[in-house]
Design a protein around this ligand. Structure first.
Ligand SMILES: [Zn+2]
Length: 262
C-alpha cells in the first residue's frame, strides 16, 4: 500500500516538474536574437601603436571583457546552423542566445578571438573574403592586418568559416555588389564556394540588392547577413537580409550590454 502511494507521488512530482520545465522554456523562448559582428582584434599594445584611430580594430582586452560579461550574465553562443533551424521554425532559442561573428577572415580571429571563445565555451563564425586568403600559413605581424590562409582555418576549435564573397569587398566607384550583373555575381559566388562554405554569407559592408539575394538563393546559401543595422534579428526577417550589431573599437562595455539585452 505504502509502495503504491509512493509510486503515485513520484508520478505526480514527475509531471509537475515536467510542466514547470515546459512553462520555463516557453517563457524564455525568443522571436529575436542578437548577432554581433567584429573585424580585426589585436593586443592592446599593438592597438595603441598601430591602430589607435582605427575603429575597425578592437583591442583584445575589450573583446575579452565583452565575452566575460556575456558569460557572467549567462549567455551562450549559438551557431549559424542553430540560427537557420530557428529561422525555419524547427528549433527554439532562449533569451540568453547570442551569435558571434567576425568579418574579413583576419588571422587575428584565430590567433586572438578563438582562445577567448574557447575559454568561455562560445562558438564563432568567420566570414572570409576568398580573394584575400593568404597563400601560406601566416607568420603573425602585428602592424599588418593579415588574412588567414586555408591551412590556418583547418580544424580550429569552436570556429567555423563561411563566405564574405570572393571579391566583392570593394567600394571604389560604388559598392561592387551593385556594379556587377547576374552572371558576374554567380561567378564570384561559385569561386568563393571553391574555398569556403557559402552556406552562410555576410555581404561586404553589409550591402546587398535583389540580384545578389537571388544568386545566393540559387547557389544554395541558407542565410545572409547585413551589418550595422544594430537591431536584433527577428524570426520573421528575410533570411537573406539578417541584421547584425556592429561592435567596434568605440563600443563601450555598457553600450555593448545594452544593445544585447535591449
Ligand atoms: Zn568586410
Amino acid at each position: 500500500m505504502i509502495k503504491k502511494q509512493w509510486i503515485k507521488l513520484s508520478i505526480i512530482v514527475l509531471f509537475i516538474s515536467y510542466g514547470i520545465q515546459i512553462i520555463w522554456q516557453k517563457s524564455h523562448e525568443v522571436s529575436e536574437i542578437p548577432i554581433i559582428g567584429y573585424h580585426h582584434i589585436v593586443e592592446d599594445k599593438d592597438k595603441e601603436l598601430y591602430y589607435k584611430q582605427n575603429m575597425w580594430v578592437n583591442s583584445l582586452s575589450s573583446f575579452e571583457e565583452q565575452m566575460k560579461l556575456l558569460h557572467d550574465k549567462g549567455y551562450h553562443s549559438v551557431t549559424l546552423d542553430d540560427v537557420y533551424e530557428w529561422r525555419m521554425g524547427r528549433k527554439k532559442l532562449d533569451d540568453k542566445s547570442i551569435v558571434i561573428t567576425f568579418d574579413d577572415g583576419f588571422y587575428s580571429s584565430i590567433k586572438y578571438a578563438q582562445p577567448v571563445l574557447e575559454k568561455y565555451g562560445f562558438e564563432g563564425s568567420v566570414f572570409v573574403i576568398g580573394s584575400q586568403i593568404a597563400k601560406n600559413r601566416v607568420k603573425y605581424k602585428p602592424n599588418i592586418r593579415q588574412h588567414a590562409s586555408l591551412e590556418d582555418m583547418e580544424n580550429v576549435p569552436c570556429m567555423k568559416f563561411y563566405s564574405h564573397s570572393y571579391d566583392l569587398h570593394h567600394k571604389k566607384g560604388g559598392f561592387k555588389v551593385n556594379l556587377l550583373n547576374e552572371e558576374q555575381l554567380i561567378k564570384d559566388t561559385k569561386k568563393e564556394a571553391s574555398y569556403v562554405s557559402i552556406k552562410y554569407y555576410a555581404y561586404p559592408y553589409g550591402k546587398y540588392n535583389d540580384l545578389i539575394q537571388k544568386v545566393l538563393k540559387n547557389e544554395g546559401t541558407k542565410l545572409a547577413f547585413g551589418f550595422n543595422e544594430n537591431r536584433k534579428a527577428k524570426i520573421t526577417d528575410n533570411p537573406y537580409a539578417l541584421p547584425r550589431f556592429n561592435v567596434n573599437a568605440y563600443t563601450k562595455l555598457d553600450v555593448f550590454y545594452q544593445m544585447i539585452c535591449q
